[in-house]
Design a protein around this ligand. Structure first.
Ligand SMILES: Cc1cc2nc3c(=O)[nH]c(=O)nc-3n(C[C@H](O)[C@H](O)[C@H](O)COP(=O)(O)O)c2cc1C
Length: 202
């Protein structure tokens, strides 16, 4: 590639995301679907943590969590959020911004029950982000719920264990280029299905 050539195409950003994600899955040692999720309180105090991308299509990017967690309470009062992928093996970054909406109960049920038994029980037993006196307390709760659910034959999905979909309004692709003369392209949603894009100074 010549130095003046663009490494980031101006194709549909969702198709470009899918291509880069497939490349990351092939080259990252683990968790290519790990992404930082930034949320904020209504008065703008930010917080950030990692979550796993569990679905992506034209509607957006889906992760699952406990809606009673810190992130859950921020999302409830301020749905604006941002996602960040950084794939070290590829030296690439993707930033995605937009509003979050809860997935349907059917979608959350389907994903919850696709997880292994202990993961389901672990989620049901966790008051995510609340103070815990000892790890033994959590493990005892896991054991107790596992016993009940084993007898019942299933782990009911707690209603507060759910998924959120971020509908992208802006997506930015960054790629490492020689001598830190990096390349960035930002896509902005225009209209319902269209995008405009521009290069940005790195
Ligand atoms: C690689 C990685 C993936 C994670 N994936 C999730 C996830 O998909 N959902 C989730 O609720 N927490 C996940 N966590 C834990 C979160 O980072 C965080 O500790 C937890 O959700 C509580 O965040 P909160 O207190 O800001 O709500 C993950 C952590 C790591 C390091």
């Amino acid at each position: 590639m010549r130095d003046t050539d663009n490494a980031i195409s101006h194709e549909d950003p969702l198709a470009l995301f899918a291509r880069w994600f497939a490349e990351a899955r092939a080259s990252e040692p683990n968790d290519a679907n790990a992404m930082a999720l930034a949320t904020a309180t209504p008065d703008g105090a930010p917080s950030v943590r990692m979550v796993l991308l569990k679905g992506h299509d034209d509607r957006g990017f889906v992760f699952y969590t406990n809606a009673h967690s810190r992130k859950g309470s921020e999302i409830r009062t301020n749905p604006q959020a941002a996602l960040l992928f950084h794939w070290k093996s590829l030296r690439r970054q993707i930033r995605i911004e937009g509003p979050l909406a809860e997935v349907s109960a059917a979608e959350a049920d389907a994903y919850f029950h696709s997880r292994n038994f202990v993961s389901q029980v672990g989620s049901a037993a966790s008051d995510q982000s609340r103070a815990l006196d000892s790890r033994a307390t959590y493990l005892a709760r896991v054991e107790q719920i596992a016993e009940v659910c084993q007898a019942a034959g299933e782990v009911p999905r707690p209603p507060h264990w759910t998924g959120f979909r971020l509908a992208p309004a802006r997506i930015e692709f960054w790629i490492d280029r020689a001598n830190r003369l990096h390349e960035r392209r930002q896509f902005n949603r225009s209209g319902l299905s269209g995008w405009t894009s521009t290069l940005l100074y790195p």
